[in-house]
Ligand binder design. Structure first.
Ligand SMILES: [Zn+2]
Length: 238
């Protein structure tokens, strides 16, 4: 049961200072697969449901990895926004996908309000896209992927690299993969080609391999599409 894989710890809110219970996911998860955009799928549970912490007292929400990093200017903006609001948020315990999506919407809203780096917004939108993917909801997955792509492209241009565990090459790869997944195959191919042709890629063997495979698959898809529209004449007659 998913519940056995969860445990609760108390954390202090970076905004209001009060303690609240945070659900965490145990490390002993069985991986089923990893998608080409780094979405990892596990048996029994989706740990991305618990990536965003939400304080039930004041309403502040952020991804776990940077929840505690709250600059004074950001805290002032949040306090001004939340002042006088009757916050009634309860995301404690096991979360449904719908609740998890709500936590991402909250975190995205606050990240925008407080001017967080583009890479943080990219990470939030990408995880949100993965939750839609889990539900087979392509209609909502695609706009989330587009937002993730936009923010990660900005991050690539403006932020010091690496970002967390994303090296410059990994980020370039991810952006190319997001172009592929949103149907812009020529831009995806250009991105994968740059990685394959980059001498630094030899130091990141797995990534180089992924870029090579993605380049080939994307080229096949593009060329396949081009030859698709016209069926052979003999197929037209029953
Ligand atoms: Zn709080």
């Amino acid at each position: 049961m998913a519940v056995d894989l969860l445990y609760t710890v108390d954390k202090a809110c970076a905004l209001c200072g009060r303690a609240f219970p945070v659900v965490r996911v145990r490390n002993r998860l069985r991986m089923i697969r990893q998608d080409a955009d780094f979405c990892t799928v596990y048996a029994d549970i989706n740990p991305y449901y618990y990536d965003v912490w939400v304080c039930p007292h004041c309403g502040y929400a952020a991804q776990e990895s940077w929840f505690a990093e709250l600059k004074d200017s950001a805290a002032d903006k949040l306090k001004a926004f939340l002042a006088g609001k009757d916050v009634q948020l309860d995301f404690s315990g096991e979360r449904s996908r719908r609740q998890a999506l709500d936590t991402y919407r909250l975190a995205i809203f606050y990240a925008g309000l407080t001017g967080q780096p583009a890479s943080r917004l990219g990470a939030l939108f990408l995880r949100m896209a993965w939750l839609f993917r889990e539900a087979g909801d392509e209609m909502h997955e695609r706009p989330a992927l587009l937002e993730a792509r936009k923010h990660y492209e900005q991050a690539l241009m403006r932020e010091p690299l690496p970002i967390g565990n994303l090296s410059e090459l990994a980020l370039e790869y991810l952006v190319a993969e997001l172009y592929r997944r949103t149907g812009e195959l020529d831009r995806a191919l250009a991105g994968f080609s740059r990685i394959v042709g980059n001498p630094k890629a030899k130091l990141e063997k797995r990534l180089l391999e992924m870029a090579r495979e993605a380049w080939q698959a994307t080229r096949d898809l593009r060329d396949g599409r081009k030859s698709e529209p016209k069926p052979a004449p003999e197929l037209l007659t029953p």
